[in-house]
Write a protein that binds this ligand. Structure first.
Ligand code: ZN
Ligand code: MN
Length: 486
């Protein structure tokens, strides 16, 4: 019988914080600025330059910790991690070693965070991946390699970087996908980062090993570095797990090493073998005092937003929308706010959800607009839904009204008025039209009276035609049934 293997995955995620200035100096954090324009003696690593802590970065990291259920100890401190790095002239990185700002916590993997094709086969629904810690450090400069030379841009040097370390608690590439999706959503919600992997705002290193079933001890840990998309992480892990299992099946021994993922060929390649563990000679950063987090924790607590998972649950509970719809609506905080505003006073929050998901999102997509730029305000959408529910316009007319509202920004009532779209519900007027249709179609009437019930639909269609589409089909149906029964 072939050996069965258990994969074990741990993720280290580096996140660029959305602060205005760098971690230890007042240089601006700016994406796409002229290379080396945002620099000073501190972030260029001049000897004797003194670091000054960025409070906003500390608060954002603490907020991330709160959102992820971490404990924030009263005191944290910074340390020097010594190693030579061409993009880091000081030859040490200021980071946190044994007293990080956040400890423990976890990332919840909700069903819709999994890849679409894996949402029906979730191994552990409701799983929360445990975190080891979150610490704060400074980023290094960015090097770019040209044909015959390399360039270094120090704009990134010293920008605040948050490192989120998970326990080796993930069991599949699909869980890693869900972890990153969920984490990204929470960080964006909290406004701490834009967390765009393609822009390098969220960078992920994966540790992955496999062990034969029945073996308690973890297998040889292999690291895959520098992935730039969530789907890339999933594919790299799937490839790597297969590769390790096949190697063990062939009787080979795996060595602890670092590999790189090549997205084009869909393979991982060995970069270096870890010979001995690094000695970073950590020691407390002598130029920075330990931080008393109690000074800002009250303010940070007051800034904790309602999280995506909490919003999803509330939308289902309070507005009666499906879990799927709640997930779409809660996926982005601006969209969730819009839905909240539209649904709050509405009698038909479920209808609002349908209009937002089916009509508004596609109209916005086609127009290249964000929800914040929607020409249809939340209360205007509620008004439109109200007109349809009250039978003043038909659902079909509603679509026409919506399109006009989206194009011109006009209110629903105004569009209905201007286009003369009002649905005819006046029974007296409709009765006359029904009688007219009955008289003109004796054959359908006879069929209906002989038991062919669907003939009433033909008559209904005739009345709609006579009314030029303005009759309320529900009322017409009732009048016809009453007339034909007598
Ligand atoms: Zn600087
Ligand atoms: Mn790091």
């Amino acid at each position: 019988m072939p050996t069965r293997y258990i994969p074990t995955i741990g993720l280290e995620v580096h996140v660029q914080l959305k602060t205005r200035s760098k971690m230890f100096c007042s240089c601006a954090v700016e994406y796409g600025a002229e290379p080396n324009s945002n620099t000073c003696p501190v972030c260029l690593g001049y000897p004797g330059a003194m670091p000054v802590m960025n409070r906003q970065a500390l608060e954002m990291t603490a907020l991330s910790g709160l959102m992820l259920g971490c404990r924030v100890p009263d005191i944290c401190k910074f340390d020097r991690k010594n190693y030579f790095y061409p993009d880091m002239p000081k030859n040490y990185q200021i980071t946190q070693f044994d007293e990080p700002i956040c400890v423990g916590g976890g990332v919840p993997l909700h069903d819709f965070a999994y890849p679409k094709d894996a949402q029906k086969t979730i191994a552990q629904p409701g799983k929360v991946v445990q975190l080891v810690r979150i610490h704060l450090e400074e980023d290094v400069a960015k090097s770019t390699h040209f044909e015959a030379s390399s360039g270094i841009d120090f704009n990134r040097a010293g920008t605040p970087l948050m490192e989120i370390v998970s326990e080796p608690d993930l069991c599949s590439p699909e869980e890693a996908f869900a972890y990153l999706t969920s984490l990204q959503q929470i960080l964006v919600y909290g406004g701490v980062s834009d967390a765009d992997m393609e822009k390098g705002q969220l960078r992920c290193d994966c540790n992955v090993s496999v062990r034969p079933e029945g073996q308690a001890e973890l297998g040889t840990k292999i690291e895959i570095k520098n992935m730039n998309s969530i789907s890339g992480v999933r594919r790299a892990l799937a490839y790597e797990i297969e590769r390790q299992m096949a190697a063990l099946d062939r009787g080979e021994t795996l060595v602890q090493s670092t590999r790189r993922w090549d997205d084009a060929s869909g393979q991982t390649f060995q970069m270096r073998v870890k010979e001995s563990s690094h000695d970073y000679r950590y020691f407390p950063e002598p130029d920075l005092l330990p931080v008393d987090t109690r000074v800002f924790m009250d303010a940070v607590r007051s800034r904790r937003p309602e999280l995506p998972g909490e919003k999803r649950d509330r939308f289902v509970k309070d507005f009666g929308v499906t879990e799927y719809d709640a997930n779409v609506l809660a996926s982005e905080s601006a969209l969730a706010d819009y839905f909240d505003a539209a649904a709050k006073g509405s009698k038909k929050p479920k209808a609002i959800a349908n209009w937002v998901i089916n009509d508004l999102l596609s109209a916005l997509g086609a127009a290249g607009k964000t929800i914040g730029e929607s020409p249809v305000a939340a209360d205007a959408l509620d008004e439109l839904v109200g007109l349809i529910e009250a039978g003043q316009i038909s659902g079909k007319q509603g679509k026409e009204v919506f399109a006009a509202m989206f194009e011109t920004g006009a209110r629903a009532g105004q569009v209905v008025e201007e286009r003369g779209l009002k649905q005819e519900s006046d029974t007296g007027a409709l009765e006359a039209l029904c009688l007219q249709a009955i008289e003109a179609n004796p054959k359908a009437v006879a069929e209906y009276r002989a038991g062919k019930m669907q003939s009433i639909n033909f008559l209904k269609g005739q009345v709609m035609k006579l009314s030029q589409g303005k009759a309320n089909p529900g009322v017409v149906g009732e009048i016809l049934a009453a007339k034909l029964a007598s």
